[in-house]
Ligand binder design. Sequence first.
Ligand code: IMP
Length: 194
Amino acid sequence: MKVILASSNDHKVEEFQVLFKDSLEIEKADKIEVIEDGTSFFENAHLKAKAYFEKYKKPVLSDDSGLCLEAFPLILGIHSARYKPELASYTDKCIALIDHYKNEEVNNFNSHFSCVLCLYISEKEVYFFEGISEGKISQTLRGHQGFGYDPLFIPTHHPEQKSFSEDSEWKFENGHRAKAVQELKKFLKEARLS
Ligand code: IMP
């Protein structure tokens, strides 16, 4: 099946093309400004998919993701992309987060990444798939691979307790996005859509 990716981010287009190479044909589309004012990753993924479907009238794949902090549920989460907009780089945003834990004297570093995919085939056929990575927030920046908050995140199940940024290959195969993709692939196979 051919789907339009509801994102103009070239990294995402390439990443999803690789992840779905045997099951979905991913097409790039022109950017549409979508106001992501949902209250969950599901609602925001749905808002993006619906907007692209209404414009292109073709099946759409969208995603919404973020890092959720157990000690500070109101920062990051669905607002992960909008944390400290005055800081230009993710390195600075990661350092600001480490400082936040220190300043608040909080020792609960439990966190998880979530990725929700929305497959919008038609108005009556809308499907969601979620992948979660459990882990802890590191109190130093670790590694140089990946993007966003990867240098701060130590996944629980990594055999050597490396951060996502220290082992992006492991993340690519076992991370939250990979898990959501596996769920969607399973669905495509069962529904004979791939
Ligand atoms: P969006 O899904 O494109 O809206 O991105 C949400 C935000 O979460 C961005 O700020 C990303 O940097 C962050 N984020 C989402 N997934 C990851 C990830 O796998 N690693 C690091 N940061 C991520």
